[in-house]
Structures are given as structure tokens and as C-alpha cells.
Design a protein around this ligand. Sequence first.
Ligand SMILES: C[S@@+](CC[C@H](N)C(=O)[O-])C[C@H]1O[C@@H](n2cnc3c(N)ncnc32)[C@H](O)[C@@H]1O
Length: 264
Amino acid sequence: MRNIWVNEAFVEQLDDMLRRRKRERSDELFYYGRVVLVDTLLKVKDGDYVLDIGCGGGDTIKRYENRCFVVGIDISRKMCKEAKKNISRGEIVIASMEHLPFKDGVMDKVVAVYSIVYSPHKRKIMKEISRVLREKGELVIYDPNRISIRTLIRRLLCIKFSISGEKDNPKYIHHKIVTKQALSYFDFRNLGYEVNLNLVYWCGIFSIHTFLPSKIFSLMDKLGYKKWGNAPILKFFSDFLILKFVKDREKENCKEGRKEENVF
Ligand SMILES: C[S@@+](CC[C@H](N)C(=O)[O-])C[C@H]1O[C@@H](n2cnc3c(N)ncnc32)[C@H](O)[C@@H]1O
């Protein structure tokens, strides 16, 4: 299946949709969602080499550009253009996460926010990430969860779209790909293990309300739904997974210290 983000017209429509939603929910994203969690888990230090794969408009690396050497890669030309406008330091490169254009062992941190799900070649991606990370380098992934209620609702919406003949609707195309390609906690953990990336911490995030009638959502909100991401058992079924891996095996392939300036 061709990556949807290579289709410029599609990206235009999808980007509009996501942008609108992001504006509406920026508070929620900040307090419950990925921004705080990614920051907390990534723990960037001054001078770190930070790579964002599927960087989109560059919002994640923008947060670190004054303290670190930041590089963003994205398969979409349009998103790369936006990221270039958004960040004032660092590099933005049009590339696929399946073939990272960097030398081995040059990155301290790799972050992937809602991007890995769009590729069906997860093993290749994890292998590439492991290759570019230095020894003890860290990876933080934020991605939809295959075994969540959110994914289930998306599956039902796909059936609804196909019954009503709306197969060209960008939401249908998007939901179809995400539901088909999302991984669970177990899939990520096992994939990481295969490529020398050890899962050291993970939690879940719940934000299903985008699909629910407001009355049901406010009831769930009262029950503290958004904060169940750390609850035992429940977190396996969270809407999104946020996982932190450390590269800590296969030492013979890793570089000592920070001698390399040129990462490409
Ligand atoms: C939902 S957006 C998330 C963007 C950004 N990480 C954020 O949090 O705002 C997904 C991004 O992944 C990118 N992407 C999808 N497949 C990719 C691939 N194989 N290689 C690189 N980037 C990819 C898309 O172009 C898009 O910019």
C-alpha cells in the first residue's frame, strides 16, 4: 500500500483537518497528551543530537532547537516546507523513516510522534532507528494503540463510510490505514527487542472523546477517563501508547563518545 502522506492533495485535506482539531484541543494535548509526556520521557540534555521521524510541521523539535542539534525527517514535501518555516535552527530532510539518511550511532535521542503507524514496515523502521542511535541512546514513540476502543470505533466508522459509499473521504482513508497498521504494546516491545532496543517505560493516553457524543464523554471525563493511562491492565487498552526504549545491547556496533559532527 502506498504511503498516504506522499499524496499532496490528501496531505492538504488531512492537514487542514488535523490543524483544526489541534487548535480546538491544544489545552488537552498539552496537559494530558503528547507534549508533556514526550518532553518528560525524552529528557533532552543540552547538546543532544535529536532526530524526529515523521516530524510534520516541526512542533516537537522546535521545543529543543535552542539547546540541541535537531533534525527532522518527513516523507511529505509539504510538511517539510512547513517545518522549515517553523524552526530556525537544525535540519529538515525529505526522507522515509524506512531509510534514514544518517550514519550509524550518531543520535542521542529519536522521537516519533504519531508517525510510525503510517508505515507497514515497522521492523525496518525500528532497525533503522536502532542503527542511528548511539549506545544508551533513547527512543520515544507516541502511536495509536491497535487494541484500543478508539481503534475499534475507527473500524466501525470505516464500515459506516463504506456502506454510505464514501471511500474517497480522507477520514475513511486515514482510519483504514491507522486501524490496519497500528501496533499494540506487545508488538512494540517485541519489535524493540529484536533490534536491540529495550523497552524501559511505557504508559497509555486516553482521548476517545473525539468520537463520542458529548454527554457520554462528560460522564467519562468525570470518572477521570483521560487519566487512566497508568492504571494496571487498563493501560493496555489506551487510545495511544507512549513508549521509551533504550539501546543497550550489541555494544560492538556503537561509537565511544561524541566525535562525529556530521551526522549524514
Ligand atoms: C500525524 S502527522 C504527525 C506529525 C508530527 N510528528 C506531529 O506530532 O505533529 C504524521 C507525519 O508522519 C509523516 N510520515 C508518514 N509516513 C512516513 C514515512 N514513511 N517516513 C517519514 N515520514 C512519514 C507524515 O508525512 C506526517 O507528517
